[in-house]
Write a protein that binds this ligand. Structure first.
Ligand SMILES: Cc1ncc(COP(=O)(O)O)c(C=O)c1O
Length: 353
């Protein structure tokens, strides 16, 4: 999957610290912290019909990441939203748009990594592009990368930072193997995420499914979660709730034996789409659990899908040459994708009319 140039983006207007400039003229200083050391944090946002889905959650994660990196100054939420609005207005955008929001530590008086060299900052970049969800939703092929994702004792994955070299190295491996993306393990050998998305497995097939899984228990003996108790990542507390879930489209009886699984937050960021999928499972009584998963769990899953703001939910149908399930888009992936689409069709924070 290689993203293609979209003609609608030829004359984009980019916002750097409030300055609106044509994409060909826009630039940051060579003394900027992002250039000097990748010393920046970022968010990927998606605009649906004038509304940004989970905007407050994204801005809370940005702020949390910048605080962890001890940025001297973090623009207030309303200022960031205003700059996003100005950028969208300048480009006449209201739907099918992906926004890359970057906040760097700012400009240094000489090159070097030391934050004490920073005299001006931060730098806020709003890059909005026409970009429909990027993945082929019929099914992606993954390979397992030799690159491992850091646990928190190496570099805390809760910091959503611009040092993407692990992901880039993994993507190079996927490209060389002719795969769409790469699956990364953590340093213990458990599945972490892909180079750009979180992953979910579906075990069991429902009413006609695997009897061994009719009681959804995890390996440590704890009961998988059913019902309304959704997980609460740290950033979830700081933003107002703006979305509510649609009702389940199929009866609970068809869910018997099915469990939706995702790795614990050990070596992957606190994904906003991931949390939304877990909330959807909780709202609709779909058994789900966050647990350590190995490649054997992946190869043996009935279904697999990946999640992220950029590509929403996308089926994974082949990993390391093994077919996942029957190698086609599965019914649970389809169902959760439909529930997610219903949320994005009505939720979010209005930023342009
Ligand atoms: C490494 C990584 N994994 C997963 C995701 C998906 O996260 P979200 O659902 O919050 O977009 C992102 C997105 O920024 C990411 O950078």
């Amino acid at each position: 999957m290689l993203q293609q140039f979209d003609e609608r983006n030829r004359d984009l207007i980019v916002n750097i610290n409030g300055q609106l400039t044509h994409r060909d003229q826009a630039g940051v200083s060579p003394f900027d912290s992002a250039v000097q050391g990748g010393d920046a944090v970022w968010e990927g946002l998606r605009l649906y019909d004038g509304r940004i889905f989970k905007l407050h959650e994204h801005l809370a994660r940005l702020r949390g990441s910048a605080k962890a990196l001890a940025f001297a100054e973090i623009p207030p939420r309303e200022q960031i939203i205003e700059e996003i609005r100005r950028t969208l207005d300048a480009n006449g955008m209201r739907d099918g748009v992906h926004i890359r929001l970057t906040l760097t530590r700012g400009v240094k008086y000489t090159s070097g990594m030391d934050p004490r060299l920073n005299t001006r900052g931060p730098t806020l970049i709003v890059l909005a592009e026409h970009k429909p969800p990027v993945y082929d939703k019929r099914g992606l092929t993954l390979i397992t990368s030799s690159v491992r994702r850091f646990p928190p004792d190496c570099l805390d994955p809760k910091i959503h930072h611009n040092n993407l070299l692990q992901s880039i190295l993994a993507k190079i491996e996927a490209n060389a193997a002719g795969a769409d993306d790469a699956l990364l393990l953590d340093t213990r050998g458990f599945v972490a995420e892909t180079n750009a998305t979180h992953v979910f497995l579906v075990r069991g097939r429902g009413a006609e499914g695997n009897s061994e899984l009719r009681i959804a228990k995890n390996e440590s003996g704890s009961q998988a979660q059913h019902g309304p108790q959704a997980p609460s990542p740290a950033w979830a507390e700081s933003g107002p709730q703006t979305e509510s879930g649609p009702q389940a489209p199929s009866p609970a009886s068809s869910q018997a034996g099915v469990v939706v699984l995702t790795p614990r937050l050990v070596a992957c960021p606190e994904g906003i789409t991931r949390a939304t999928v877990l909330e959807l499972c909780a709202t609709h009584g779909i058994a789900h659990d966050e647990r350590d998963l190995t490649l054997t769990d992946v190869y043996g899953a009935e279904e697999m899908f990946c999640t992220g703001t950029m590509g929403e939910l996308a089926a994974v149908t082949r990993v390391d040459g093994r077919l996942i399930g029957d190698g086609a888009l599965g019914s649970w992936t389809r169902r959760l994708s439909a529930l997610y689409a219903r949320l994005t069709a009505s939720g979010g924070v209005r930023v342009v009319d």
